[in-house]
Design a binder for this molecule. Structure first.
Ligand SMILES: [Zn+2]
Length: 255
């Protein structure tokens, strides 16, 4: 990998969630506040967004029954957050969805009809149409189907995929059937955007998975793979992440 990219966290907001969902067996019954970030990647003449967070807190309230203590950053809008780093929706070349849970593809619709291509694993796309009963509550097809993206914008990939020189999507199944994570070459080193393959940095450091899980064994293998392939990590719901943070990310390996 030769090209380097600038990586910036864009956080749409926070919600509260029961702690052991993020790290199995941890603080059971106690709520914790987690961010709902996406990641902007820029360089090599490309603008790439990793995930699109939730649609809105009102959407979560309507479709998921309740928002636990939800708080937007600014107005919770991806367009607003992107404007702060000088991006317009029509500039974005690719959106990579790590998976299709509602808090990771919620604002895909911002790019409907534009040049943007959505990079999604075929396995995740197919699973999202017919999820297993334990995960039905995480998938809402209108967030990613023709209501939010034109068919010619959807690129379904199989296995590892080099999106650009210095950017690799690779399978990290477990949290969902077709989850992927993204390696980005930066001046500091290789940063992995883990999505929810690791909700928290602690999942990687302590080798403990979360509790919203499609498959336990592959979840643990995915943690190993992230540690093997990256120096730094941005986890899907790590509370210490700062909005607009663009360096100094947590080390994949503790110490
Ligand atoms: Zn998530």
């Amino acid at each position: 990998m030769t090209n380097t990219y600038k990586v910036t966290v864009l956080n749409m907001g926070h919600v509260d969630i029961e702690s052991s969902l993020m790290k199995r067996g941890w603080n059971c019954g106690q709520m914790m506040t987690i961010p709902q970030p996406c990641v902007a990647v820029e360089g090599n003449g490309l603008k790439i967004l990793l995930d699109t967070s939730y649609r809105s807190l009102a959407w979560i309230d309507e479709y998921c029954g309740a928002v636990n203590n939800g708080k937007d950053e600014d107005d919770g809008s991806l367009v607003t957050a992107m404007a702060k780093i000088g991006w317009k929706p029509e500039d974005v070349d690719y959106v990579v969805n790590t998976h299709l849970h509602y808090d990771h593809c919620g604002q895909n619709n911002v790019f409907k009809g534009l040049k943007t291509k959505f990079i999604i694993t075929r396995t995740e796309w197919e699973f999202a149409q017919h999820p297993t009963p334990n995960l039905v509550y995480c998938y809402y097809p209108h967030l990613f189907n023709i209501e939010s993206a034109n068919p010619d914008q959807i690129v379904l990939i199989d296995g590892e995929y080099e999106l650009a020189d210095g950017i690799i999507c690779f399978p990290t199944p477990g949290h969902t059937k077709g989850h992927q994570s993204v390696l980005v070459n930066t001046e500091e080193g290789v940063v992995c955007y883990a999505g929810d393959a690791a909700n928290l940095t602690a999942n990687l450091h302590e080798n403990v998975i979360g509790n919203i899980i499609y498959d336990t064994a592959s979840s643990i293998r995915s943690l190993e793979e992230i540690r093997r392939r990256s120096e730094f990590v941005i986890c899907g719901h790590e509370p210490s992440l700062k909005n607009f943070q663009s360096g100094g990310f947590a080390r994949t390996h503790e110490g």
